[in-house]
Each structure stands twice: as C-alpha cells, then as structure tokens.
Ligand binder design. Structure first.
Ligand code: PIT
Length: 427
C-alpha cells in the first residue's frame, strides 16, 4: 500500500524547495531542533555547502549571510539514510522524499549523519524497521494495533513497538488523521512518565511507532497481583500521575483514557510508571473544548456523557477513580456487562462501603471525593490536588499502616480489563 502520510505532506508546488514564508524566522526561533552544514547537489558530482536549520516541521536552507534562502515542510516526509560510492570516494547522506519530490543531502562524516538522523527522528518517517530493530515477542494487543517488545540493534535497548496494519485500520481518512494526531501529541510530550515516541516507521503493510519500554505489567495487573497498594504508595503514585498530567495539560493536551490498563509499571516500584496510549488524546483542548464521547466505561467523567463541551478536567476524574481503586481494591462503578458499568458511570453516584473504606484515612477519601466531583466546576484542579494535605503529608510520612486491609477475601479491582471506546462522530 502507498504511504498513508502522502496526502499530509504539504508540498503544494510539487517542488522540494519553496520560498520561505514570513513566519520562517519565528519558527526557527521557537521550534529549532538542529542545525549544521550539509552539501546538496547542484549538478552531477558538483555540490554546494550550506547551513541548514531543522525545526519541528521544516528544513531551512540558509544563505552565507545567515538569512533564509528556501524552505521545505518535512513533517510526514520519509527519510532514508544512504551511502554511495562513485569508484573513488564513499559518500554519506540522506534523502528526504514525499509527494513525488525528493532532495539528497550529503554529510561530512558518519558522526554528522548520526546527528541529523537523530534530529529527524522527531520530525520525519523512517523505513526499514527490521534493519534497526529485532522483534522479540508480542506483548499486547489494542483495538487497532499489536505491541511488540523489541531490541534496538544499535544500542541493545529494549523498546515497545506499536504496529498498526494499514490495510485493516488505516484506509479511512479519519483514522489516518487520528494517528497523525497521536504522533504529533507524543512528539510534543517530554516527560519521564510518558512513554516517549522514539521514531515512526512505515512500510507496505504497517505504520510502526517505536516507544519507551518499561515492563510488561500494567497497573491493572500489578493491582491484581499485589491486592493492595499501601496508602503511602497510593499517594506517591497519584502524585507522580498528577505531575505527569500537569505536564500534558500544559501542552494543551488531554489524555482522555486514563485507567490502570494504560499505565505501565516499573518492575522495581509501585510508584514509577509510564503513561501510554495517546490514541484518544485530544490536542488544543484549552482553546477548543471537546465533545466527542470517548474513554473507558468506569473511568469517564460524567460531563462526557452529557454531550456538552468538556475540558482537561476529565483526566482528574479518571485519576480520582483510579485512586479510589488503589485504596479500596474495588471499582466504584461495577457491573458484569460494560453497559451496566456505563450506566452507573454516567449517573456517577459513588459509595464508600465501610468494609473497604473503614481503614482508609479521611484525608485520602477527601481527595478521592474532590477528584470525582460530578460537576467539573466543583472538581479539584490538578494544581489544587497537588497541594492537597494528603499528598503534602507524603514527605512527613504521617500515614497509618494499611497492612492486611484486603486480607478479608481477595477483592479484584475489576473482573476484566476495560475496553476503551470512541463514538463515531468527529471530536
Ligand atoms: C507496552 C509496554 C510498554 C510500553 C508500551 C506498551 C507503550 C505503548 C504505547 C501505546 C500508545 C501510545 C504510547 C505508548 O500512544 O512498556 O505493552 O498507543
């Protein structure tokens, strides 16, 4: 199949280089990723050396005076590193192409090529995944993807690779736009507790996202295995999650599907993790509120059901539900079928049965109640939550021991993993 990114490569004139727009200088000032000299061919065996600047969307060719000569939008273009020999010398470089046009760039040496490739990994699309990574095994399946554990052949680091079949899941325009949004969102996020997007690859069959790998155990499985998180661990975990979401919201992004299944736990601790699956995340949510019904039954803020515009506060609600489950070991909106769960979720009547909440501190319960307030206007904000006395108390360690809290019969948080859904309307 041809490239799903082709239509999004904004090269209107079918020429690689265009006159720089008036915004060029501002773009360079704000979004510069890398700059260094490169050689471009002017005729057979003749090259010109120029300074090039790469931003998060564009490559600029500079004049010797330091002004912008020409530019080319490169996000969603394909990059292909190459070596060539003309009998006498070996040349290194890379080709950028998309929409039927291409340009070759030659680097001084391997070190310079590596730096350019590293810089382009945040901007372009790569080919030949198998050349760079060795797939070890499948570690997960989503509704539209498979996730694999793989080995980075250059540095032997483990990565998670999410593969999306183009034929099965990327034939509709809307689906491609969603994937492009997910990539754009992941590229904007730079937080240690967000699974980093290293590179994007495309071949005949798949689009593959190369992501940070933490472990194979998500927070759902961790809870299932350990039965309990102590109050202190819950507080530390939630504080880390709130700080992560603060970063995400500061970029105008809402995750919209926070739940234990989307949090990959560190093998060493119950408080370090990486948040994954930005497939439902929404960008520019502060400027334009969202209306699309999406999320996972049991974790959705009630305003999402009402069809009214909603904001990033929906993530606070989901974290509140997660905290409820960490502390009590039970799910507040429980039902055998997802329809039942959805019904309870949209009604949003939360009970705190004494059997499960009797040993939990009043402060912890207070934070859960404030985070799960049904009206977003009444809900505690991320900033306020971080200042809540229960979280403030972590450093002074004033928690009561919660040993054997779940001793009375092992209660699982929910019986099966929760499937995310999205309404078919646009957001
Ligand atoms: C795993 C294990 C792991 C990381 C991941 C999956 C990452 C998945 C991911 C999926 C997305 C996304 C970001 C990250 O947007 O350690 O099974 O859809």
């Amino acid at each position: 199949m041809e490239s799903v990114f082709k239509e999004f490569d904004q090269n209107s004139k079918k020429e690689f280089w265009v006159k720089p727009s008036k915004k060029a200088e501002k773009d360079i000032e704000k979004n510069k990723v890398f700059s260094s000299p490169l050689r471009i061919p002017i005729s057979a065996n003749k090259f010109k050396k120029r300074e090039f600047i790469l931003t998060s969307s564009t490559i600029y060719c500079m004049s010797s005076k330091g002004t912008v000569r020409k530019s080319s939008k490169v996000n969603w273009k394909v990059i292909e590193p190459f070596t060539e020999t003309n009998g006498k010398e070996k040349r290194l470089g890379f080709r950028l192409y998309g929409n039927g046009v291409h340009e070759d760039f030659y680097t001084k040496d391997l070190s310079s090529l590596d730096k350019w490739i590293e810089a382009f990994s945040k901007v372009c699309i790569f080919q030949d995944l198998d050349y760079d990574y060795e797939i070890i095994k499948e570690i997960g399946t989503g509704s539209t993807s498979q996730v694999y554990l793989a080995n980075d052949l250059e540095n032997s680091q483990k990565v998670a690779i999410k593969k999306i079949s183009k034929r099965e899941h990327l034939t509709e325009y809307r689906r491609i736009v969603n994937l492009l949004d997910e990539i754009e969102i992941l590229r904007k996020l730079t937080h240690p507790a967000v699974s980093k997007l290293h590179k994007v690859y495309e071949d005949e069959e798949f689009v593959s996202l190369v992501l940070d790998y933490v472990s194979e155990e998500d927070c759902f499985e961790r809870l299932d295995r350990l039965d309990k998180f102590s109050e202190k661990e819950s507080a530390r975990f939630i504080k880390n999650l709130l700080l992560t979401v603060k970063h995400i919201h500061s970029k105008g992004i809402a995750h919209r599907d926070i739940k234990p299944e989307n949090i990959m736990m560190s093998p060493q601790s119950n408080i370090d993790f990486k948040l994954i699956d930005f497939g439902y995340a929404c960008k520019d949510i502060k400027k334009n509120k969202a209306t699309q019904k999406c999320g996972s039954p049991g974790y959705m803020a009630p305003e999402i059901f009402k069809g009214k515009p909603y904001g990033p506060e929906v993530d606070v609600f989901s974290i509140g539900i997660l905290l409820y489950t960490l502390l009590s070991g039970i799910a507040p909106f429980w039902g055998e079928k997802s329809k039942e769960v959805l019904k309870k979720n949209s009604k949003c009547e939360i009970e705190y049965p004494a059997d499960f909440w009797g040993n939990i501190s009043i402060l912890a319960k207070d934070l859960v109640m404030q985070m799960t307030a049904p009206d977003p206007e009444d809900r505690i904000t991320v900033k306020e939550a971080l200042k809540h006395p229960w979280l403030q108390a972590i450093s002074t360690s004033s928690f009561t021991s919660k040993k054997d809290r779940h001793g009375q019969g092992k209660i699982k948080p929910v019986k099966g993993k929760t499937t995310s859904f999205v309404a078919s309307s646009t957001q």
